[in-house]
Design a protein around this ligand. Sequence first.
Ligand code: NA7
Length: 552
Amino acid sequence: MSETTLPETTPLKTGKVDAVIVGAGFAGMYMLHRLRGLGLAAVVFEQGTDVGGTWYWNRYPGARCDVESMQYSYSFSPELQQDWHWSERFSAQPEILRYAQHVADRLELRRDIRFETKVTRASFDEATNLWAVETDRGDQVTARYCIMATGCLSSARLPDIAGLDSFQGATYHTGHWPHEGVDLAGKRVAVIGTGSSAIQAIPVIARQAAHLTVFQRTPNFSIPSRNAPMDAEYEGWWKSDYEAHRAKARMMRTGILYGLNEKSALEVTPAERLAEYEARWAKGGTAFMAAFSDLITNREANDTAAEFVREKIRGLVKDPAVAEILAPQGYPIGTKRICVDTEYFETFNRANVTLVDVRDAPIEAITPTGVRTRHGETAVDAIVFATGFDAMTGALTRVDLRGRDGLGLAEKWAEGPRTYLGLMTAGFPNLFMITGPGSPSVLSNMIVSIEQHVDWLADCIAHLRARGLETIEATREAEEEWVAHVNEVADRTLYPAANSWYMGANIPGKPRVFMPYIGGVGAYREKCTEIAAQGYTGFRLKAGSQAAVAAE
Ligand code: NA7
């Protein structure tokens, strides 16, 4: 039985629900579905006009998932996964958004989602053990549980470049692309940034624009996607035993089922090594990084893969000077998010594309007419900022979240995020994060990690309610230990060697802490399951205080 029932038709201004969910991406949608299944009244607040999260916002040309379609979908409903047909090996943004919309229709999710509504503040009331949640539309809602399904890469970031507002042409951020699309035909376009988003957008923009100038600070390693229409046989193989394949994927390091080579790159002959890399390059996709077991732990092993990709770049790009600028040096392959592309490097062979290396000559200013570096100004009609996100913590800390004693989350995390399992943070009872920092999240197939967290949370809430318990809270000791463990595991890898958004390095002033958990999706899942089975070790579970009961 739910504590209250949410009136379906009345706009929510004040009221009480069992749970507030923030965000209607894949995490928020599934969380709502699970909570409904438990008989809870839940409301979702979502800034966009529809569901889809990442796939709602990131509509830039070429936006595509780099996890294969057959694996980048919900697994909780056998009917849904059998019914849905993906048209390509790697799905493009419009198709993933249609899928999210289809799920929302099928499960009738929208009636409990308040769109175009941003949660501005949520504070925990210790007298009643309830969260008071406020929105920019004036809603004031109390809830037993507050669930942040706000995504890991949703807080878009513009760099602090002087003169940004002075530009007289059009500016776009890949993460906030206009819904009506953008016609860049005949335009002189600048793309700033060469991360995953830029690497997908650049080949498409180059085909439209009169001229494209790419401003690159750090080159990225990118593997060809070899995207193609869905192979019927491959789709059939997945669908013939989806459950068993999914079960295997859930236990993989990344939550993706692919061929993992258990050998070290250093124990095979150079010829065998090359053959392995060539085979994976030909097959395409991020499985390249699974070519050998030690690519992310051993620099010497990593160098062999990095050099292989650099050689490929040198082969693809006709101008040797341009190829050298595009060939990443100075950080291990995979320690900045590995990219997957369609004819990215080849695009620099086009006559209408110029690459500007801004590593040693940073962008000094955006002027009314273009982009200026020490070497001069490039006049453009439009600027595309592919400059990324305040990853993992940004979407959480930009909401004014207040736990016990009015402590703010941003304040608590001033030195870096601190969580227990990436699910909760001490001092914030009944505040849950889906794929929060300290969980595998961005290092994994996000939908696999989302489902694992949502299922764990739903089971946890059912556990509390069955026992008449009102709050769950991570203990400081468990949090300390988990943070130490997350760091210790990261330090066994090469990840901390790169200036990546995993490390918070893309945001000036953000503490350098490796944020996701790299212990592996399978091992992490087992740990979470074991903790729950043991009665939620490391969490404090409490019945309501008399005051709280009286206030009900
Ligand atoms: P990323 O991967 O954070 O890429 C942002 C890019 O923007 C990166 O190349 C940055 O260079 C560059 N950047 C940022 N600020 C500047 C300035 N001031 N000057 C020049 N270049 C700049 O974001 P994406 O959106 O591509 O990808 C994010 C994730 O979304 C991706 O990994 C997928 O998981 C989906 P830098 O490397 O910092 O030198």
